[in-house]
Write a protein that binds this ligand. Structure first.
Ligand code: WTA
Length: 665
């Protein structure tokens, strides 16, 4: 704690003013949407003091409504019955595709940067409209009707976005499952979402390596008998991909038989657009529900203001569509603004560490959005990989997913941004749908490491974690909460509204509880300190400790396990697992490796423990509860700051534990 506070005081000295190139652009380029703090403050104030007026204007200017709304907001955080624009009706695919296809058919919707370098292709809005319509007709022919759920398990290819939009066109709810998840994780999500159709590809390709996407789907579906159809896009065309008609249907054959127009189905603003599973404090992932109206508005508006999107801009977000960042900032935000969005299928180091920067150069990317883990990893490869590329097209560069340390921030700003770009450190969550704390590029003086100030309509609070009292004024630390509903907030958890209330709205009644610690410094800037629950953030991916522990327990040798996050220079945190074995098993390196593999195959590569330590005993209270706090401290190298140990039943295990950790890390 002390170190963080000291660092923060140092950091508050470094303030980066918006670059004049952004505030007063030359060469006839448009001024930023918000070009001073005074303008930001005026708009923010209006959004809080006159929310009906503010949101009516924003929702009317940004989206096209089939039936205009008469009511702006409904419900409260206290009751958990929030709704936005409840009597308005619209279609998300119409808003994202048709509006631009009709007005400017040749405008590029997607630039697709395939895994193989030098093979980029483009999809215009007109082509996108035809593809979305044909696919929507295929889904309708499967008998799918408004409100049903479709699972999508696909590589980062334009067809993944086409699949999402085809669902939206029919009022179907999609649930995209990150294609790095294992068959068991996929099965769990398909079953929970009650999907009857899965859309996938034959194979994926990442960094030149094929991924057996369809085979994984087949494994998953062994335990999902309710799935009637699997629609398979041919990505690699490899031989020997398992395929069993009539359940399996080739995408290219099915769309060829359909008319490339399909009327959009009008839905309520409150009808769900998608479910997205995310990890929480307990083992079972939760299907966070986002709506059609409020979510789309949030994604579009934040992108417009935070990345300052203007006509002709080429926006690139490197997140996978399996995560919320891919939903909001690869697909829905850019398309709702009629912008051009880059779909990046590869990895940042293939064929070398210049890949991102060549991408920027080749496509004249104007805004680039990635995660601190990628920034830190690429920085290790040296500046040459960056500086050999022409990055002069960039104006705004963004960071998301975890706190960005000031060093990485400065490198990003100076080396990638050439000291001429705005860096936007955007804080948000799957549940918030879009940015909630973020700078605006033409307005906000940045402090490296701080996400700065709230977005429009977001009223923040810092609460005392124990009493729940709101900490007023500046220079305060506690847990982060939001005081009033905002349009893109999640409405519920699929099939479990009680869990939604218990997780987000009941811990501090009247507030949305974000699960992160935060402070507000002397100048009112917000600093996110990381999760206060049992969620680990590895490379910006959320993983619950309980999920990893449940996977370990499946192995016959494991008696007990405890998983904590360890600080990691590149990935932010890494997964560190402590395991005790059943009596009949002996600790060997081979067994350690087997246990690591167990987690990898059960959940997916992103859950692979970086460190797995076999111990004789875990630190426990007298009543037998594992004290994870001790493990967290030990792996953080803070064994000398363990605090009150009076509840620990056997203090003698500490020394052994510390020695084992020191040897392993
Ligand atoms: C963390 C990703 C600090 C935070 C969009 C949050 C951040 C969790 C930032 C949500 C940031 C995200 N600074 N921490 N700029 N952005 N986080 O749901 O702990 O995958 O609660 O959404 O990531 O992760 P999720």
């Amino acid at each position: 704690m002390t170190t963080t506070t000291e660092q923060q005081q140092d950091q508050s000295a470094a303030v980066y003013l918006p670059h004049p190139r952004l505030v007063s652009p030359e060469g006839g380029r448009a001024k930023p949407w918000v070009s001073s703090m005074a303008e930001y403050e005026a708009l923010y104030k209006e959004s809080i003091a006159e929310p009906e007026q503010f949101w009516t204007r924003m929702a009317t200017e940004t989206l096209t409504w089939d039936r205009p709304f008469r009511h702006v907001t409904h419900g409260s955080l206290k009751n958990g019955d929030v709704a936005w624009f409840p009597d308005g009706r619209l279609n998300v695919a119409y808003n994202c595709v048709d509006r631009w296809a009709l007005a400017d058919p040749d405008r590029v919707a997607f630039v697709y940067e395939a895994d193989e370098p030098g093979k980029a292709t483009r999809v215009t809005y007109k082509e996108l409209q035809e593809q979305v319509c044909s696919l929507a007709n295929v889904l309708a022919a499967f008998g799918l009707r408004k409100g049903e759920t479709v699972a999508i398990y696909m590589p980062m290819i334009p067809e993944a976005a086409v699949a999402m939009l085809a669902c939206a066109r029919l009022g179907l709810v999609h649930t995209v499952v990150f294609a790095g998840f294992s068959s068991a994780s996929l099965a769990e999500r398909v079953a929970d979402a009650r999907a009857r159709v899965v859309i996938t590809a034959d194979e994926g390709l990442r960094g030149g390596r094929p991924i057996r996407t369809k085979a994984i789907v087949d494994e998953a579906l062994q335990s999902c008998p309710e799935v009637e159809h699997v629609l398979v896009f041919r990505r690699t065309g490899s031989e020997g991909v398992p395929f069993s008609a009539p359940r399996d249907v080739w995408w290219h054959e099915a769309v060829a038989a359909q008319r490339p127009y399909c009327p959009p189905v009008e839905v309520s603003a409150e009808d769900p657009l998608f479910l997205l599973y995310t990890s929480g404090s307990t083992g079972k992932p939760k299907g966070v529900v986002h709506t059609s109206g409020g979510y789309l508005l949030g994604a579009a508006l934040t992108l417009k203001y935070v990345f300052d999107i203007h006509e002709g801009d080429v926006f690139c977000c490197t997140a996978d569509i399996g995560w919320i960042t891919g939903h909001s900032y690869v697909v829905y935000g850019p398309l709702a603004l009629g912008a051009t969005s880059v779909i990046f299928e590869s990895v940042p180091t293939y064929p070398d560490a210049s890949r991102y920067w060549r991408l920027v150069e080749e496509h004249r990317i104007t805004q680039f959005y990635t995660a601190p883990t990628a920034i830190r990893a690429l920085r290790r490869h040296g500046d040459d990989f960056v500086t050999r590329c022409d990055l002069s097209s960039l104006r705004v560069i963004g960071s998301v997913g975890e706190p960005i340390n000031p060093d990485a921030w400065t490198w990003y700003s100076e080396v990638v941004g050439g000291g001429r770009c705005a860096v936007v450190d955007t804080y948000w969550q799957t549940e918030t749908g879009s940015h909630v704390i973020t700078p605006l590029p033409g307005a906000t003086p940045a402090k490296p490491g701080s996400a700065t100030f709230p977005f429009f309509g977001v009223e923040l609070a810092i609460l005392d974690p124990t009493s729940g009292a709101e900490l007023e004024g500046n220079d305060v630390s506690g847990v982060l909460a939001i005081k009033r509903p905002w349009p893109s907030m999640a409405r519920t958890i699929a099939g479990d509204h009680k869990r939604f209330l218990d997780t987000y709205l009941k811990p501090y009644p009247g507030y949305y509880f974000a699960g992160d610690g935060a402070s507000r410094d002397a100048d009112g800037y917000y600093w996110i300190r990381g999760r206060v629950d049992d969620v680990i953030n590895v490379s910006g991916h959320r993983m619950s400790t309980a999920e990893v522990e449940s996977a370990l327990i499946c192995h016959p040798a494991v008696a007990e396990s405890a998983v904590v996050g360890a600080p990691d220079e590149v990935t932010g945190q890494s997964i560190c697992a402590f395991v005790t074995l059943k009596d009949s098993y002996t600790a060997t390196d081979a067994l350690t490796a087997e246990l690591v593999k167990e987690v990898r195959t059960r959940i997916g590569p992103i859950a692979t423990p970086k460190t797995l330590i076999l111990v004789d005993e875990l630190p426990k209270t007298r009543s037998g509860k594992i004290i994870r706090r001790i493990l967290r401290k030990v792996v953080a190298g803070e064994a000398d700051q363990l605090g009150d140990l009076s509840t620990l039943s056997d203090q003698s295990i500490l020394e052994v534990l510390v020695n084992k950790v020191t040897a392993a890390l």
